[in-house]
Design a protein around this ligand. Structure first.
Ligand code: HEC
Length: 438
């Protein structure tokens, strides 16, 4: 909603480029399977929150790297914060607007925009670039020990990890593609020897058979393909797609034609084969020791288990390889026996080499500021609900009150303590892998 000269809010279409972090953050608060009751809109959440004091139930350290100035004083309300951060035409219309037949203020109606952008802007300040690997690559050869250096060399060589976990972010799906959007689609030779197109940075590593989870081969709530590759296929067929998409065929790893120089006007055949079903986004490996369990289904508890998976060539080999990682998907005219990535082969790493790779990831890729929650990775306190108080036979009942008129169970909470810019104390020690608590 934007306000026109006469003070009336108008509905306008807004398509922010590469703002997936903002889109992602506005999903859970209004979702009836995540944080909201059914039928509640984001504007309702805005109405509830705008006059609340910021982080009212949370404590803020007096040395917080962002919020120290409000740690002791009266906290501003979200309404005050929106006014301070966003242009007036996004919130100061004098007339109410109608959403689904109900009246809202313009500020309430635009609340998801403010909320999503605020989270995206905050997240973009959390850049973890001081791991031992960063120091090593900048010439400090004492930053990693011999075992970690051996692990790094295996990562780049025999382990083939760099084929997918490339670049500073350690994923080919990294922000580089933001600056070279014409490289979002790649072409390669697959494990079965045939050529396909796919979304750069998304690979089928065969953690599970593709038929169980289409991953980037799925569609959004409006039926559009999630995959750029499928959108490209639609364009070649003369159809229209919701995203602007431009493809540079001369950056393909497997060229369309061997002719030199490359002809940028060449196009793949209409209805080309894609390897999109069952392909997952390659995650970053920065601070990976702290973010278990691993893989999209959390099926590995430790980096040692992840390495054993890669070392045996994944879980779709032998009899299984012919082949459960691809599957027949006639709806999109794909009939691939296998979408398995060609780099998913037995690696023949020795136990020492596996250990070196694990140590390289565990130590070499951990930024101490993250492990010790030092600025900018410090944070206010957070109350995390964790089930209800009670045991397997009975739960404790919440006391009745003005807001509790039905019988309800009493929440059990975990309190995450606030941390200031200086990070955790020596007594607290650094963050530990999740499975230390199991
Ligand atoms: C063919 C591309 C490819 C290769 C080669 C590859 N990876 Fe991965 N990696 C991925 C993808 C895709 C995922 C996500 C898989 C999933 O969640 O199902 C992943 C996930 C991981 C994870 C878990 C991350 C998390 O947050 O859950 C780790 C750790 C990892 N890889 C390390 C490695 C190491 C070490 C190597 C080399 C031995 C390697 N990878 C080789 C593509 C690859």
């Amino acid at each position: 909603m934007t306000k026109d000269a006469s003070g009336v809010a108008l509905k306008v279409r807004l398509a922010l480029k590469d703002a997936s972090a903002a889109s992602q953050s506005v999903g859970p608060p209004g979702s009836p399977v995540e944080m909201s009751c059914g039928g509640r809109t984001f504007a309702d959440i805005g109405r509830r929150m705008l006059d609340s004091l910021m982080l009212r139930q949370q404590r803020i350290s007096s040395t917080d790297s962002v919020l120290a100035s409000v740690s002791g004083a009266r906290r501003p309300t979200y309404r005050e914060l929106v006014k301070a951060a966003f242009q007036p035409r996004l919130w100061n219309a004098t007339q109410q607007v109608s959403l689904g037949g109900a009246p809202y203020t313009q500020m309430e109606a635009n609340f998801p925009l403010f909320f999503g952008l605020a989270i995206q802007m905050y997240e973009s300040t959390l850049i973890s670039d001081r791991a031992p690997l960063d120091a090593y690559l900048q010439g400090d050869h004492t930053a990693m020990n011999d075992q970690q250096v051996q692990g790094m060399n295996l990562f780049l060589g025999k382990g083939k990890c760099i084929s997918c976990h490339g670049g500073a972010e350690l994923t080919n799906a990294g922000s580089r593609l933001l600056f070279q959007p014409r490289e979002r689609i790649e072409r390669m030779v697959m494990a079965d020897g045939l050529t396909t197109l796919y979304d750069n940075g998304f690979y089928n590593t065969g953690v599970r058979p593709a038929s169980e989870d289409l991953a980037v081969g799925g569609s959004d709530a409006w039926g559009n393909p999630l995959s750029f590759t499928r959108e490209y296929n639609t364009v070649l067929k003369g159809g229209s797609i919701p995203d602007p998409l431009d493809v540079d065929v001369c950056t393909f790893e497997a060229r369309l034609s061997p002719a030199i120089p490359c002809d940028p006007t060449l196009k793949p055949n209409v209805g080309f084969r894609d390897s999109v079903d069952g392909a997952f986004k390659t995650p970053t490996l920065r601070n990976i020791a702290l973010t278990g369990p691993y893989f999209h289904n959390g099926s590995r508890a430790t980096l040692q288990q992840v390495m054993e998976f890669y070392n045996r060539g994944g879980d779709r080999r032998g009899e299984d390889a012919s082949n459960t990682s691809g599957f027949d998907h006639p709806a999109v005219n794909q009939h691939n026996a296998s979408n398995l990535d060609p780099d998913m082969t037995r690696l023949n790493l020795t136990p020492d080499e596996v250990d070196a790779l694990v140590k390289f990831m565990e130590v070499g890729l951990t930024d101490p500021r993250v492990a010790w929650e030092r600025a900018p990775f410090d944070h206010p306190s957070l109350i995390l609900p964790q089930g209800e108080k009670g045991d397997e036979n009975a739960v404790v009942q919440k006391a009745a009150g003005p807001n509790v008129t039905t019988r309800q169970a009493l929440d059990a909470n975990i309190l995450l303590q606030p941390v200031g810019a200086e990070g955790r104390t020596a007594l607290q020690g650094p963050l530990q892998p999740f499975n230390n608590d199991l």
